[in-house]
Ligand binder design. Structure first.
Ligand code: NAD
Length: 497
């Protein structure tokens, strides 16, 4: 069995903690790898390496930083397949989906290549006689990133390329369930010429995270994961004086209005609910069918659901892979059985599904639940699996009230041909990312990603302009170069002109 250690100071570091976590191949159920779980001392070593590197990296020229980023982008481009294969081997998602994940992560490297434009600052001349004022943004210091299992390469890339482009150094704590892709990203960064210590990967679980949250040399924490942990991260890290952005879980609603093209809506519901086996924070998990279209829409979704090809992610014929662990698969199944007991209609039941030749893999079929209502666990909880709930609403007003009563507000979508209704929806809906006939409205790299309510703890969204703001702090400089002819003199009044 392979053991994955840490990447500290630009090289592999073997763990001596004696503590390990299992890394499975979800398609086979085998455990080819164990990941080291860092001790407090090992986390401290990673932070110390980042702190050492900060002194020179924060002073490096923009040309130096962008030269690295362009080279890094080229190496990632050449290794898309290799990184995607690592994702599939440990996460389970199909190879084409993993390639999409790498591409969406690389968008942030591309954004970071243009960092000089983002860091230009502002200058006002002659604000008072011979006085100029400039605003600049500078790095914050050592940044920690803590990432979830469901995008083992993309979410780390939402963070570190922009953070280091801004002059920070970084300690990444990837998900212990599928850590190899993130580790590889750090190796490739070193190969692209990143000075040692600028990007470190420390593997671990709660004790490692908690050390990062309290470490006096960590200035900022970017977190993406589930809502309870996001809440904990924000509370702990802010209590220790750090700036925090903590993105949490979701329950994303897709409203289908009576005038929508139902085939188009059904295709999109399938893609958004069952892609990546529903293990996406932007997955559509609830369809809100408005007016009298419910029966027809459910029939069209069910027809398509029955044809999906489920199998190992490295088989090009597979459209959906397994779930991340056996326990998670069983928990997802419990929501389907529970929903039936609570009065929902199980239109498609994916529980108990196996793939021939992969009986020990963590596979499930897809499930479709109709006539779901708030108060049922399948509606109230984030299931994070291929289970789509359909809720019926008589009117648009009833539908939007339902969506806005959710405790989450990550992504949402409306399907309609009516521009006026779509416009109303985008203004009225309480969520951070809205799709109009787009089911998974993940913003491109040069906009920012973030939800509302319990989908984000903190103020700034991730990547885009918000990302630059998060990874920098403002400084305003007021300058006067006195004319040699000035008389000078004492004046204790507040200067105004
Ligand atoms: P998770 O919250 O269990 O784990 C995320 C990270 O936190 C991991 O690195 C893990 O090691 C660490 N962690 C776990 N328990 C901890 C604890 N008690 N104390 C300190 N650290 C802890 O999330 P996950 O299961 O890996 O990922 C799935 C979740 O992430 C879903 O809820 C999904 O919606 C969410 N997610 C959100 C977004 C977003 O952008 N809002 C994106 C992707 C995933």
């Amino acid at each position: 069995m392979k053991t994955l250690g840490h990447w500290i100071g630009g090289k592999p570091v073997e763990s001596v903690s004696g503590s390990f976590g299992p890394v499975y191949n979800p398609a086979t159920g085998a455990q080819p790898t164990q990941v080291s779980l860092a001790s407090v001392e090992e986390v401290d070593a990673a932070v110390a390496a980042a702190k050492d590197a900060y002194a020179s990296w924060s002073q490096s020229s923009l040309a130096t930083r962008t030269a690295f980023l362009f080279k890094y982008r080229a190496l990632l481009d050449a290794r898309r397949d290799e990184i995607a294969a690592l994702i599939t081997a440990e996460h389970g998602k199909v190879h084409s989906d993993a390639l999409g994940e790498v591409a969406r992560g690389m968008e942030i490297v591309e954004l970071a290549c243009g960092i000089p434009e983002k860091l230009k600052g502002e200058l006002s001349t002659q604000v008072s006689t011979r006085v100029d004022v400039s605003s600049i943004r500078q790095a914050v210091g050592v940044v920690a990133g803590i990432t979830p299992f469901n995008f083992p390469a993309m979410v780390p890339m939402w963070m570190f390329p922009l953070a280091i482009a801004c002059g920070n150094t970084f300690v990444l704590k990837p998900s212990e369930k599928d850590p190899s892709a993130a580790y590889r990203l750090a190796e490739i960064a070193t190969e692209a010429g990143l000075p040692e210590g600028v990007l470190n990967v420390v593997n671990g679980d709660k004790p490692a995270v908690d050390r990062l949250l309290s470490h006096p040399d960590v200035a900022a924490v970017s977190f993406v994961g589930s809502t309870p942990i996001a809440r904990h991260i924000q509370a702990e890290a802010t209590a220790h004086g750090k700036r925090v952005q903590a993105l949490g879980g979701a329950k994303n609603h897709m409203m289908v209005l009576p005038d929508a093209d139902l085939d188009h809506a059904a295709d999109n519901a399938i893609n958004a609910a069952y892609g990546s086996a529903g293990e996406r924070c932007m997955a559509v998990s609830v369809v809100v069918a408005v007016g009298g279209i419910g029966d027809e829409l459910v029939a069209r979704i069910a027809e398509r659901a029955g044809k999906l090809r489920i199998g190992p992610g490295d088989d090009p014929a597979s459209e959906m892979g397994p779930l991340i662990t056996r326990e998670h698969r069983d928990k997802v199944a419990s929501y389907v059985t529970g929903a039936a007991a609570q009065g929902a209609e199980v239109v498609v039941d994916g529980t108990g599904f196996t793939v021939a030749g992969h009986e020990d893999g963590f596979f499930t079929g897809v499930s479709l639940l109709d006539k779901v209502k708030p108060g049922m666990a399948a509606y109230d909880d984030e299931i994070f699996g291929p289970v789509l709930c359909v809720v019926r609403a008589e009117t648009y007003d009833e539908g939007i009230a339902l969506i806005n009563s959710s405790k989450w507000g990550n992504g949402t979508a409306v399907f309609t041909r009516d521009g006026g209704a779509a416009r109303r929806f985008q203004l009225e809906v309480e969520a951070g990312m809205v799709g109009v006939n787009v089911p998974i409205p993940v913003p491109v790299g040069y906009h920012s990603f973030g939800g509302w309510k319990q989908s984000l703890f903190g103020d700034l969204h991730i990547y885009g302009n918000d990302g630059v703001a998060f990874y920098t702090r403002g400084k305003v400089i007021t300058t006067r170069w006195p004319d040699p002819a000035d008389a000078g003199g004492i004046n204790l009044g507040f200067p105004t002109s």
